[in-house]
Design a protein around this ligand. Structure first.
Ligand code: NAD
Length: 270
Protein backbone atom coordinates (compact mmCIF):
# COMPACT_ATOMS: atom_id res chain seq x y z
CA UNK A 1 0.00 0.00 0.00
CA UNK A 2 1.29 3.46 -0.90
CA UNK A 3 2.04 5.79 2.01
CA UNK A 4 -0.72 8.35 1.32
CA UNK A 5 -3.29 5.97 -0.16
CA UNK A 6 -6.80 6.71 1.09
CA UNK A 7 -5.93 10.27 2.16
CA UNK A 8 -7.73 13.26 0.65
CA UNK A 9 -5.53 16.33 0.49
CA UNK A 10 -6.16 19.98 -0.35
CA UNK A 11 -3.12 22.01 -1.49
CA UNK A 12 -3.44 25.79 -1.88
CA UNK A 13 -1.54 27.67 -4.57
CA UNK A 14 -0.81 24.40 -6.38
CA UNK A 15 -0.55 25.76 -9.93
CA UNK A 16 3.20 26.35 -9.68
CA UNK A 17 6.38 25.88 -7.69
CA UNK A 18 6.36 24.01 -4.39
CA UNK A 19 2.55 23.66 -4.35
CA UNK A 20 2.68 21.94 -7.73
CA UNK A 21 5.47 19.63 -6.53
CA UNK A 22 3.45 18.79 -3.39
CA UNK A 23 0.34 17.92 -5.43
CA UNK A 24 2.38 15.72 -7.77
CA UNK A 25 4.28 14.05 -4.93
CA UNK A 26 1.11 13.35 -2.95
CA UNK A 27 -0.63 11.85 -5.98
CA UNK A 28 2.44 9.69 -6.60
CA UNK A 29 2.13 8.40 -3.04
CA UNK A 30 -1.52 7.49 -3.64
CA UNK A 31 -3.48 10.47 -2.27
CA UNK A 32 -6.52 12.12 -3.83
CA UNK A 33 -5.54 15.73 -4.36
CA UNK A 34 -7.61 18.92 -4.57
CA UNK A 35 -5.49 21.44 -6.49
CA UNK A 36 -6.29 25.02 -5.52
CA UNK A 37 -5.47 27.96 -7.77
CA UNK A 38 -6.46 31.62 -7.62
CA UNK A 39 -6.58 32.63 -11.28
CA UNK A 40 -5.93 31.04 -14.65
CA UNK A 41 -6.74 27.32 -14.50
CA UNK A 42 -4.13 26.45 -17.18
CA UNK A 43 -1.26 26.03 -14.71
CA UNK A 44 -3.47 24.07 -12.31
CA UNK A 45 -4.45 21.84 -15.25
CA UNK A 46 -0.76 21.22 -15.85
CA UNK A 47 -0.34 20.26 -12.17
CA UNK A 48 -3.23 17.89 -12.57
CA UNK A 49 -1.69 16.34 -15.70
CA UNK A 50 1.64 15.82 -13.91
CA UNK A 51 -0.11 14.42 -10.82
CA UNK A 52 -2.02 11.88 -12.93
CA UNK A 53 1.13 10.84 -14.71
CA UNK A 54 3.10 10.48 -11.45
CA UNK A 55 0.28 8.45 -9.88
CA UNK A 56 0.01 6.21 -12.91
CA UNK A 57 3.78 5.60 -13.08
CA UNK A 58 3.77 4.62 -9.40
CA UNK A 59 0.80 2.29 -9.59
CA UNK A 60 -1.56 4.69 -7.76
CA UNK A 61 -4.25 4.09 -10.33
CA UNK A 62 -7.17 5.03 -8.05
CA UNK A 63 -5.79 8.48 -7.14
CA UNK A 64 -8.22 11.27 -8.06
CA UNK A 65 -7.55 14.96 -8.64
CA UNK A 66 -9.87 17.95 -8.78
CA UNK A 67 -9.28 21.67 -9.39
CA UNK A 68 -10.70 24.14 -6.86
CA UNK A 69 -10.57 27.85 -7.58
CA UNK A 70 -10.30 30.19 -4.57
CA UNK A 71 -8.47 33.28 -3.39
CA UNK A 72 -7.33 32.06 0.04
CA UNK A 73 -7.55 35.58 1.41
CA UNK A 74 -11.34 35.63 0.84
CA UNK A 75 -13.46 33.96 3.49
CA UNK A 76 -16.33 33.07 1.15
CA UNK A 77 -13.92 31.53 -1.38
CA UNK A 78 -12.32 29.36 1.32
CA UNK A 79 -15.69 28.15 2.59
CA UNK A 80 -16.78 27.21 -0.93
CA UNK A 81 -13.42 25.53 -1.69
CA UNK A 82 -13.70 23.23 1.34
CA UNK A 83 -17.33 22.43 0.58
CA UNK A 84 -16.36 21.39 -2.96
CA UNK A 85 -13.38 19.27 -1.87
CA UNK A 86 -15.36 17.59 0.93
CA UNK A 87 -18.28 16.78 -1.34
CA UNK A 88 -16.09 15.52 -4.22
CA UNK A 89 -13.89 13.32 -2.01
CA UNK A 90 -16.36 12.59 0.82
CA UNK A 91 -13.93 14.10 3.35
CA UNK A 92 -10.67 16.06 3.55
CA UNK A 93 -7.85 14.62 5.70
CA UNK A 94 -4.94 16.99 5.08
CA UNK A 95 -4.74 20.73 4.34
CA UNK A 96 -1.51 22.16 2.93
CA UNK A 97 -1.34 25.95 3.31
CA UNK A 98 1.13 26.66 0.53
CA UNK A 99 -0.13 29.82 -1.25
CA UNK A 100 2.17 32.75 -0.65
CA UNK A 101 3.34 36.02 -2.15
CA UNK A 102 6.03 38.62 -1.50
CA UNK A 103 6.66 42.20 -2.56
CA UNK A 104 10.05 43.79 -1.98
CA UNK A 105 10.28 47.37 -0.75
CA UNK A 106 12.31 49.44 1.69
CA UNK A 107 10.22 49.32 4.85
CA UNK A 108 9.61 53.08 4.96
CA UNK A 109 8.14 52.95 1.43
CA UNK A 110 5.71 50.05 1.89
CA UNK A 111 2.21 50.83 0.64
CA UNK A 112 -0.42 49.67 3.12
CA UNK A 113 -2.34 47.90 0.37
CA UNK A 114 0.76 45.77 -0.33
CA UNK A 115 1.33 45.16 3.38
CA UNK A 116 -2.28 44.04 3.82
CA UNK A 117 -2.24 41.85 0.71
CA UNK A 118 0.92 39.93 1.68
CA UNK A 119 -0.35 39.36 5.22
CA UNK A 120 -3.81 38.67 3.80
CA UNK A 121 -2.62 35.81 1.59
CA UNK A 122 0.27 34.39 3.61
CA UNK A 123 -1.10 34.57 7.15
CA UNK A 124 -4.80 35.46 7.15
CA UNK A 125 -5.30 33.07 4.22
CA UNK A 126 -3.48 30.28 6.04
CA UNK A 127 -5.65 30.87 9.11
CA UNK A 128 -8.88 31.00 7.10
CA UNK A 129 -8.05 27.64 5.50
CA UNK A 130 -6.89 26.15 8.82
CA UNK A 131 -10.09 27.28 10.53
CA UNK A 132 -12.22 25.70 7.83
CA UNK A 133 -10.13 22.51 8.00
CA UNK A 134 -10.52 22.28 11.78
CA UNK A 135 -14.29 22.79 11.54
CA UNK A 136 -14.39 20.01 8.95
CA UNK A 137 -12.08 17.66 10.94
CA UNK A 138 -14.22 18.12 14.06
CA UNK A 139 -17.43 17.42 12.16
CA UNK A 140 -16.50 13.76 11.63
CA UNK A 141 -14.27 11.15 13.35
CA UNK A 142 -10.58 10.67 12.54
CA UNK A 143 -8.89 14.04 13.17
CA UNK A 144 -6.72 15.55 10.45
CA UNK A 145 -3.47 17.24 9.50
CA UNK A 146 -2.66 20.87 8.74
CA UNK A 147 0.68 21.68 7.11
CA UNK A 148 1.98 25.21 6.59
CA UNK A 149 4.55 26.22 4.01
CA UNK A 150 6.60 28.63 6.08
CA UNK A 151 10.19 29.70 5.31
CA UNK A 152 13.60 30.12 6.88
CA UNK A 153 12.28 33.67 7.31
CA UNK A 154 10.11 32.28 10.08
CA UNK A 155 13.27 32.85 12.17
CA UNK A 156 15.71 34.76 9.93
CA UNK A 157 14.85 38.46 9.45
CA UNK A 158 14.36 39.59 5.84
CA UNK A 159 14.95 43.34 5.45
CA UNK A 160 13.18 44.90 2.46
CA UNK A 161 10.59 42.08 2.59
CA UNK A 162 9.02 43.07 5.89
CA UNK A 163 5.40 41.91 5.30
CA UNK A 164 6.67 38.53 4.04
CA UNK A 165 9.04 38.15 6.97
CA UNK A 166 6.29 39.07 9.47
CA UNK A 167 3.88 36.65 7.81
CA UNK A 168 6.29 33.74 8.18
CA UNK A 169 7.12 34.71 11.79
CA UNK A 170 3.38 34.67 12.43
CA UNK A 171 3.11 31.30 10.75
CA UNK A 172 5.39 29.78 13.39
CA UNK A 173 3.01 30.92 16.09
CA UNK A 174 -0.03 29.86 14.06
CA UNK A 175 1.49 26.39 13.75
CA UNK A 176 2.35 26.06 17.43
CA UNK A 177 -0.84 27.61 18.84
CA UNK A 178 -3.16 25.48 16.70
CA UNK A 179 -1.05 22.37 17.39
CA UNK A 180 -1.38 22.90 21.13
CA UNK A 181 -5.07 23.77 21.01
CA UNK A 182 -6.05 20.70 19.00
CA UNK A 183 -3.43 18.12 20.00
CA UNK A 184 -5.98 16.26 22.12
CA UNK A 185 -8.46 16.05 19.25
CA UNK A 186 -6.41 14.08 16.74
CA UNK A 187 -5.38 17.14 14.75
CA UNK A 188 -1.67 17.57 14.00
CA UNK A 189 -0.32 20.94 12.83
CA UNK A 190 3.21 21.30 11.46
CA UNK A 191 5.20 23.48 9.09
CA UNK A 192 8.03 23.14 6.61
CA UNK A 193 10.56 25.97 6.38
CA UNK A 194 12.22 25.96 2.95
CA UNK A 195 15.38 27.90 2.19
CA UNK A 196 15.98 28.98 -1.42
CA UNK A 197 13.99 26.86 -3.86
CA UNK A 198 13.95 26.98 -7.67
CA UNK A 199 10.39 28.25 -8.25
CA UNK A 200 8.68 31.20 -9.97
CA UNK A 201 8.71 33.29 -6.77
CA UNK A 202 12.49 33.50 -7.28
CA UNK A 203 12.38 34.49 -10.96
CA UNK A 204 14.67 37.42 -10.10
CA UNK A 205 17.66 35.06 -9.81
CA UNK A 206 17.00 31.48 -10.89
CA UNK A 207 17.83 32.03 -14.57
CA UNK A 208 20.60 34.58 -13.98
CA UNK A 209 23.83 32.63 -13.34
CA UNK A 210 25.56 35.56 -11.60
CA UNK A 211 22.64 36.34 -9.29
CA UNK A 212 22.03 32.64 -8.64
CA UNK A 213 25.70 32.10 -7.79
CA UNK A 214 25.46 34.96 -5.30
CA UNK A 215 22.37 33.41 -3.64
CA UNK A 216 23.90 29.94 -3.57
CA UNK A 217 27.17 31.22 -2.11
CA UNK A 218 25.29 31.84 1.15
CA UNK A 219 23.87 28.30 1.37
CA UNK A 220 26.06 25.80 3.27
CA UNK A 221 25.06 22.98 0.90
CA UNK A 222 26.07 25.23 -2.01
CA UNK A 223 22.86 25.03 -4.05
CA UNK A 224 19.20 25.97 -4.10
CA UNK A 225 16.63 23.19 -3.63
CA UNK A 226 14.43 21.56 -6.24
CA UNK A 227 10.74 21.87 -5.33
CA UNK A 228 10.43 18.10 -4.91
CA UNK A 229 13.03 18.18 -2.12
CA UNK A 230 10.55 20.30 -0.18
CA UNK A 231 7.49 18.28 -1.26
CA UNK A 232 9.04 15.12 0.18
CA UNK A 233 9.13 16.69 3.65
CA UNK A 234 5.45 17.60 3.31
CA UNK A 235 4.70 14.01 2.30
CA UNK A 236 6.38 12.72 5.45
CA UNK A 237 4.48 15.16 7.69
CA UNK A 238 1.17 14.33 5.96
CA UNK A 239 1.70 10.61 6.44
CA UNK A 240 1.16 8.37 9.43
CA UNK A 241 4.97 8.13 9.67
CA UNK A 242 4.69 11.51 11.42
CA UNK A 243 1.84 10.40 13.69
CA UNK A 244 3.56 11.68 16.86
CA UNK A 245 4.87 14.97 15.41
CA UNK A 246 2.96 18.19 16.05
CA UNK A 247 3.75 21.89 16.49
CA UNK A 248 7.07 21.66 14.65
CA UNK A 249 8.71 23.42 11.74
CA UNK A 250 11.11 21.22 9.80
CA UNK A 251 13.61 23.42 8.01
CA UNK A 252 14.56 22.06 4.58
CA UNK A 253 17.11 24.73 3.81
CA UNK A 254 20.50 23.24 2.95
CA UNK A 255 21.85 24.52 6.26
CA UNK A 256 20.72 28.16 5.95
CA UNK A 257 19.43 28.22 9.51
CA UNK A 258 22.82 27.10 10.87
CA UNK A 259 24.37 30.60 11.05
CA UNK A 260 26.52 30.04 7.91
CA UNK A 261 28.86 32.88 8.86
CA UNK A 262 30.14 30.61 11.63
CA UNK A 263 31.57 28.10 9.14
CA UNK A 264 34.90 29.64 10.05
CA UNK A 265 35.76 30.31 13.67
CA UNK A 266 35.86 34.10 13.63
CA UNK A 267 34.30 34.79 17.01
CA UNK A 268 36.98 33.44 19.37
CA UNK A 269 40.27 31.58 19.46
CA UNK A 270 43.85 32.54 18.63
P1 NAD B 1 5.11 30.35 -6.50
O1 NAD B 1 4.96 31.80 -6.76
O2 NAD B 1 5.36 29.44 -7.63
O3 NAD B 1 3.87 29.77 -5.70
C1 NAD B 1 2.93 30.53 -5.01
C2 NAD B 1 1.56 30.07 -5.46
O4 NAD B 1 0.56 30.69 -4.63
C3 NAD B 1 1.26 30.44 -6.91
O5 NAD B 1 0.76 29.32 -7.59
C4 NAD B 1 0.19 31.53 -6.78
O6 NAD B 1 -0.71 31.56 -7.86
C5 NAD B 1 -0.49 31.09 -5.49
N1 NAD B 1 -1.25 32.17 -4.87
C6 NAD B 1 -0.85 33.44 -4.67
N2 NAD B 1 -1.84 34.14 -4.09
C7 NAD B 1 -2.88 33.28 -3.92
C8 NAD B 1 -4.17 33.41 -3.37
N3 NAD B 1 -4.60 34.59 -2.89
N4 NAD B 1 -4.98 32.33 -3.35
C9 NAD B 1 -4.55 31.13 -3.85
N5 NAD B 1 -3.34 30.95 -4.38
C10 NAD B 1 -2.51 32.02 -4.42
O7 NAD B 1 6.31 30.24 -5.45
P2 NAD B 1 6.72 29.06 -4.44
O8 NAD B 1 8.15 29.27 -4.15
O9 NAD B 1 6.27 27.76 -4.91
O10 NAD B 1 5.91 29.48 -3.12
C11 NAD B 1 5.07 28.60 -2.43
C12 NAD B 1 5.22 28.83 -0.93
O11 NAD B 1 6.56 28.48 -0.57
C13 NAD B 1 5.01 30.26 -0.48
O12 NAD B 1 4.23 30.27 0.71
C14 NAD B 1 6.41 30.74 -0.19
O13 NAD B 1 6.45 31.74 0.79
C15 NAD B 1 7.06 29.47 0.29
N6 NAD B 1 8.52 29.50 0.23
C16 NAD B 1 9.17 29.53 -0.98
C17 NAD B 1 10.55 29.57 -1.00
C18 NAD B 1 11.33 29.61 -2.27
O14 NAD B 1 12.56 29.84 -2.23
N7 NAD B 1 10.73 29.36 -3.42
C19 NAD B 1 11.27 29.58 0.21
C20 NAD B 1 10.58 29.56 1.40
C21 NAD B 1 9.20 29.52 1.41
Amino acid sequence: MLRLEGKNILVTGAGSGIGQAIAVRFAREGANVAINYRSGPELAEETRRQAHEAARMNGAIGAKTILVQADVAREEDVTAMFATAASEFGRVDVLVNNAGIQKPSASEDIEMADFDRVLGVNLRGAFLCARQAIRHFRSRPGGGVILNNSSVHEIIPKPKYLPYSISKGGMENLTKSLALEYAGQGIRVNAVGPGAVVTPINKAWIDNPKARGEVESHIPMGRAAAADEIASVFAFLASDDASYVTGQTIFACGGLTLYPEFRVAWSSGE
